[in-house]
Design a protein around this ligand. Structure first.
Ligand code: NAD
Ligand code: ZN
Length: 350
């Protein structure tokens, strides 16, 4: 095959098929793909065929956490050359609308985001992307770390929207890959105490090994009991910022109760579209509740954190598969009994 690509045809029908090798257009580069991480959304499209209003109606290549080597440059590209190793920021906004011009390009209504229908993702041997959304990796940053800049950017945006800073005491709800990148980022931003919750003991163990100061196993605990544990650990008050990374309704409730008056709760997790929350408690204590959607202008910060050693994302990776074995990779990512956190697919380029 010239360009084996992991194509989702319909729900539960993922196949490696040959696709034409794409040629770079103006201001684009062709990339020989190296590492592609599997995200919960890739698994969800595979098993459900849709996320909210985004429905897979035509065959679509999966994958959006990726890195590779530039193999061709299109007309007008001055910032990259053949042989450059790059991380790929997967969303290309319109660049012209009000949101884009304000710099809040993640809110652009014409965003084209890899592996969000109908846009093809990057889980293929060759892929083409706009050069200005590719970030050259320094020699000391691996392809794998380059791919992990994508989830790490979510952590950066969440911590920025929360205002995490030196001396922050941060609660993270949910110790999946996103909770863990939030943990790493909160520490790098100067948080002096980082607490994390989950139902799963294995995930909490991982969080502990990655620097969590307190792990709270929340099974059987009421939201207010979780808040009490947070308060006891901090000493005098609740969390200055809370990053909710599970999307579970009881966890969002716990997030409100665990955030100190005047603090900030960030809703990173996306669960049920409507939930019941202690909203008056949040109001009268001036707890700011903010959503986040992906990230904007976060890749440079994420790359700098990895390149300087401010964070170590390598422990997130639990499994590797070849591109040809993508289906096994997806089965592993889907099955909680595998202990998978981040599954990486190696696409074959050197
Ligand atoms: P994940 O499913 O791997 O992790 C979620 C974790 O939350 C699991 O470990 C689970 O055991 C834990 N959990 C479930 N119920 C809980 C509870 N009541 N209390 C504490 N923990 C609980 O998912 P992930 O890949 O880490 O992503 C996390 C969430 O972030 C998902 O909802 C995802 O859709 C969302 N997400 C949002 C954005 C965004 O832009 N807002 C970006 C990426 C991911
Ligand atoms: Zn726009």
């Amino acid at each position: 095959m010239a360009n084996p690509s992991a194509v989702l045809f319909k729900t539960n029908d993922l196949r490696i098929v040959d696709r034409p090798i794409p040629e770079p257009g103006k201001n684009q580069v062709q990339i020989s793909m190296h590492s592609v991480g599997i995200c919960g959304s890739d698994v969800h499209y595979w098993t459900h065929g849709a996320i909210g209003d985004f429905v897979v109606r035509a065959p679509m290549v999966l994958g959006h956490e990726s890195s590779g080597t530039v193999t061709k440059v299109g007309e007008g590209v001055t910032t990259l050359k053949i042989g450059d190793r790059v991380a790929i920021e997967p969303g290309i906004p319109c660049r012209c609308c009000g949101y884009c011009r304000e710099g809040r390009y993640n809110l652009c209504r014409d965003m084209r985001f890899c592996a969000t229908p109908p846009v093809d993702g990057s889980l293929a041997r060759f892929y083409v992307h706009d050069a200005d959304f590719c970030y050259k990796l320094p020699d000391n940053v691996s392809f794998e770390e380059g791919a992990l800049l994508e989830p790490l950017s979510v952590g950066v945006h969440a911590c920025q929207r929360a205002g995490v800073k030196v001396g922050s005491k941060v609660l993270i709800c949910g110790a999946g890959p996103i909770g863990l990148v939030c943990l790493l980022t909160a520490k790098a931003f100067g948080a002096t105490k980082v607490m994390i919750t989950d139902l799963d003991a294995g995930r909490l163990e991982k969080a502990k090994s990655m620097g969590a100061d307190l792990c709270i196993q929340v099974t059987g605990l009421q939201p207010k009991e979780i808040a009490e544990k947070v308060k006891n650990f901090i000493g005098d008050d609740l969390a200055t910022e809370t990053l909710e990374c599970s999307g579970a309704e009881p966890s969002i409730r716990a997030g409100i109760y665990s955030t100190r008056s005047g603090g900030t709760l960030i809703l990173v997790g996306l669960g049920k579209p409507e939930v019941t929350l202690p909203i008056v408690d949040a109001s009268v204590r001036e707890v700011d509740i903010r959503g986040i959607f992906r990230y904007r202008n976060a890749y440079p910060t994420a790359l700098e954190m990895v390149a300087t050693g401010a964070v170590n994302v390598k422990p997130l990776v639990t499994h590797h598969f070849s591109l040809e074995k993508s289906l096994d990779a997806f089965e592993t990512a889907k099955d909680p009994s595998t202990g998978a956190i981040k599954v990486i697919i190696d696409c074959g380029s050197a």
